[in-house]
Write a protein that binds this ligand. Structure first.
Ligand SMILES: *Cc1c(COP(=O)(O)O)cnc(C)c1O
Length: 378
C-alpha cells in the first residue's frame, strides 16, 4: 500500500460491536475474565490496550517495521532502550542529539555504570574509532537538532552489523513520511510522537519500532515491567493525527523550502541551515536517504541582538520549545532546548548564541515570511 493509505488504515478495523469506523478510546484499566484462567487476551491496562495496539501497528507499518512499542514520552522510549544494555556496557551516540537525550544518558544513565562516547557521526570513521570491546549500541539522530547534521544510515547499519551492535535512529525530525531508517538496516527507530506524528501540539508521547523478534520481546517486556505507557486518549489523538501525516509533511516541507530560500537569498541571516539547500554540506546524502527535507530550518543571525529581535518581535511564530505541530514555532536552542549542554560543547558544534530554530508550520507561507521581516525591521 502507499504511505497515505497505510497512514489512514493500518492497524485499524471497524469496532466489532457497532462498526464504529474510528478505533474507540478504550478507557479501561482492566478486562473481565469469563472464568478462571480464561481471558480475552486483554488482562490489564498497562499490559494491553486496544487503542494503543492500533497506534503501535499503525506507526510500525509507516516505519516499514513489524512491531511498535509505545511510551508516555519520547524520553520514556529513549530510557526503555537502556533495558537492552547493562552496567559495564558502552554506547556510541551522535554528539548533537536532542538535549534531553544528552541529559538522560550523560547525567543519569552514567550513574548506572553505562559509558557513553559522544562523537560526530556525520563521519563514519569517528564511529568506528569510538567502538570498544564493551560497545553494545550505536545511537544516532539524523538530521540532528538544531544543526541538521546528517548521518549515513546505511553506513551506520553496516558498522553495527559488522561489530554485532544494536543500531538505533531517532527519526523524529523526518517522520516516517520522509525517512525509514529500518530500510537501511537500522535495528530500532525512535520517535517522539509529540512532534510530527501527532502534529497538533496537544500530547506528549514516544514510540520504538523494530522488526527484530528478540529486541521486540525485550522492549515489550520493559514497556510492561517499567510501565511508561501512554494513555488511551493520547494514543487515540496520535492515531487521529497520523491519518493526515502525508498532507501535513508535504506542506511543512513546501513552506520550509520557501522560508530557507528567502532567508538565504535575502542575506537577512548570516547562515541558513536546511538539508534541502544546495549550501547544506550533506545535501547529496540527504537526497539519497530522505524522500524530502522536512520542516525544520535553523538560521544564524550573526549576533545576539539580531537573533533577539527576531525572537522577541515575531508574532505568528510562537516562541516555544517543541516542534512539528501545524503552527509555526521559533526557539533559541542555546538557552532553551540545549541549555543543559555545556557552552564549550555547544560552541564546538556551531550551536552559537545567535542561532535561531524555526519549526515551520503549515500556515500561508507569505504570512510567515512577512512575520520574519517585520520582526527584523521593527
Ligand atoms: C522532543 C524530542 C525527543 C524527546 O521526546 P519527548 O516526547 O519530549 O519526551 C527526542 N528526540 C527528538 C529529536 C525530539 O525532538
Amino acid at each position: 500500500m502507499g504511505f497515505s493509505t497505510d497512514a489512514i488504515h493500518a492497524g485499524q478495523i471497524p469496532e466489532p460491536i457497532t462498526g464504529a469506523v474510528i478505533t474507540p478510546i478504550y478507557q479501561t484499566s482492566t478486562y473481565a475474565q469469563s472464568e478462571l484462567g480464561k481471558s480475552t487476551g486483554f488482562e490489564y491496562g498497562r499490559t494491553h490496550n486496544p487503542t494503543r495496539q492500533a497506534l503501535e501497528k499503525n506507526i510500525a507499518t509507516l516505519e516499514k517495521g513489524k512491531y511498535g512499542i509505545a511510551f508516555a514520552s519520547g524520553l520514556a522510549a529513549t530510557h526503555a532502550l537502556m533495558s537492552l544494555v547493562k552496567a559495564g556496557d558502552h554506547i556510541v551516540v551522535s554528539n548533537n542529539v536532542y538535549g534531553g537525550t544528552y541529559r538522560l544518558y550523560e547525567l543519569n544513565m552514567k550513574n548506572y555504570g553505562l559509558d557513553f562516547s559522544w562523537v560526530d557521526t556525520t563521519d563514519l570513521k569517528n564511529i568506528e574509532q569510538a567502538i570498544k570491546p564493551n560497545t553494545k549500541m550505536i545511537y544516532v539522530e539524523t538530521p540532528t537538532n538544531p544543526m541538521l547534521n546528517i548521518t549515513d544510515l546505511k553506513g551506520v547499519a553496516e558498522i553495527a552489523k559488522r561489530n554485532n551492535l544494536i543500531s538505533v535512529c531517532d527519526n523524529t525530525f523526518m517522520s516516517p513520511y520522509f525517512q525509514n531508517p529500518l530500510t537501511f538496516g537500522i535495528d530500532i527507530v525512535l520517535h517522539s510522537t509529540t512532534k510530527y506524528l501527532n502534529g497538533h501540539s496537544d500530547i506528549i508521547g514516544g514510540i520504538l519500532v523494530t522488526s527484530d523478534e528478540k529486541l521486540h520481546e525485550r522492549l515489550r517486556y520493559i514497556q510492561n515491567a517499567a510501565g511508561g505507557v501512554p494513555s488511551p486518549f493520547d494514543c487515540w489523538l496520535v492515531l487521529r493525527s497520523t491519518k493526515t501525516l502525508a498532507v501535513r509533511m508535504k506542506q511543512h516541507e513546501a513552506n520550509a523550502i520557501e522560508l530557507a530560500n528567502f532567508l538565504e537569498q535575502s542575506g537577512l541571516a548570516k547562515k541558513v541551515i536546511y538539508p534541502g539547500l544546495k549550501s547544506h554540506p550533506q545535501h547529496e546524502l540527504a537526497k539519497q536517504q530522505m524522500r524530502g527535507f522536512g520542516g525544520m530550518v535553523s538560521a544564524d543571525f550573526g549576533d545576539i541582538n539580531s537573533a533577539k529581535k527576531v525572537l522577541n518581535n515575531i508574532k505568528i511564530f510562537k516562541l516555544a520549545e517543541s516542534l512539528g505541530g501545524v503552527e509555526s514555532l521559533i526557539c533559541h536552542p542555546a538557552s532553551m532546548t540545549h541549555a543543559s549542554v555545556p557552552k564549550e560543547e555547544r560552541d564546538k558544534m556551531g550551536l552559537t548564541d545567535s542561532l535561531v530554530r524555526f519549526s515551520v508550520g503549515i500556515e500561508d507561507i507569505e504570512d510567515l515570511i512577512e512575520d520574519i521581516k517585520q520582526a527584523l525591521f521593527k
